[in-house]
Design a protein around this ligand. Structure first.
Ligand SMILES: Cc1cc2nc3c(=O)[nH]c(=O)nc-3n(C[C@H](O)[C@H](O)[C@H](O)COP(=O)(O)O)c2cc1C
Length: 288
């Protein structure tokens, strides 16, 4: 059970309320080459069955992360993953290079749901050739495992996953948020300052499950599932669909201890089902 990127800060903010060493892993919020101030408010809107956000990838920048945050996280045994993003290939490479020089990380999660400004703003997550190329170049410099986090805003998720695998990805995580729009009928303006936002939470779970199932069948590398997981049984559903691990995001906004509660619930669920090894359920969906 991993804490999903962007929903668990840099981890350290939670150390007084959550026993971080109990987590299966922490994925810190997205890191970029330079600090980013993010989008204008409002940045979050509670939608039906979920949440829309447009934080704009606000972060302190990779160098400040290494200097100010990483030292206090290192002493936890919990695997720590850096979520990395950029607006051109060189950005990703520079962020990973800075992290390579630092100790205390278990691996990287590449957030590829970003437009490539050098290629007309095409999203890395929606172009197979561009994605394969990006992953291959990161793999050349990364000594740690590289997980590629896919966007659900594509027509063929399996083809995109195969491109990440061809580039040398060690694992794939999905899904990121769904591009969405909340409208205030009275002011006739979007509810989110930047206009569109990303939908997450229970509302997206059925679509995330379908995509995890498709990707798990398309690739040989491990698949990490997320999207609306709020209970242990939700986590089991993702594993039955083919995920070998799961991340918890939006549920942390309702209760910061959600990842631990969900892990406990999953254990109880497996015990009640008389399943001794969680691997027994992975990819066992009986599709008609
Ligand atoms: C407020 C917020 C910030 C997020 N920031 C990031 C981020 O920096 N990098 C990233 O890869 N995903 C980010 N995400 C996406 C989540 O990690 C996750 O993929 C998505 O919310 C779906 O999972 P969930 O329904 O469990 O939240 C963010 C999500 C939210 C709600």
């Amino acid at each position: 059970m991993l804490a999903a990127s962007g929903t668990f800060g840099y981890g350290v903010e939670f150390e007084s309320i959550v026993d971080l060493s109990q987590l299966g892993g922490i994925i810190v919020k997205g890191l970029s080459r330079e600090p980013l101030a993010g989008n204008p408010p409002p940045r979050i809107w509670e939608a039906e069955g979920g949440m829309i956000n447009s934080i704009g990838l606000q972060n302190i920048g990779v160098r400040a992360f290494v200097r100010d945050k990483l030292p206090s996280l290192r002493h936890y045994q919990t695997p720590l993953f850096a979520n990395v993003f950029g607006y051109e290939q060189a950005d990703y490479l520079e962020v990973v290079q800075v992290l390579e020089d630092a100790e205390g990380l278990a691996g990287y999660e590449l957030n590829v749901s970003c437009p490539n400004t050098k290629h007309g703003g095409i999203f890395f997550s929606s172009d197979t050739a561009m994605l394969e190329n990006l992953v291959a170049s990161v793999k050349q410099i990364a000594r740690r495992p590289v997980m590629v986090k896919l966007s659900p805003n594509v027509s063929s998720i399996a083809a995109i996953a195969k491109a990440a695998e061809a580039g040398g990805a060690d694992a794939i995580s999905l899904v990121n948020t769904f591009i969405s729009l909340a409208v205030d009928a009275r002011t006739r303006k979007p509810r989110i300052g930047a206009g569109f936002g990303g939908l997450s939470g229970p509302a997206i779970k059925p679509i995330a499950l379908r995509m995890v199932y498709e990707v798990a069948r398309a690739v040989k590398i491990p698949v990490v599932g997320l999207g609306g997981i709020g209970t242990g049984e939700d986590a089991a559903e993702f594993m039955i669909a083919g995920a070998t691990a799961v991340e918890v995001g939006t549920a942390t906004f309702w209760d910061p201890r959600s990842p631990l509660r969900i892990a406990n619930e999953l254990g109880d669920f497996l015990a009640a089902q008389k399943i001794s090894n969680i691997r027994e359920i992975v990819g066992t969906l009986q599709m008609p």
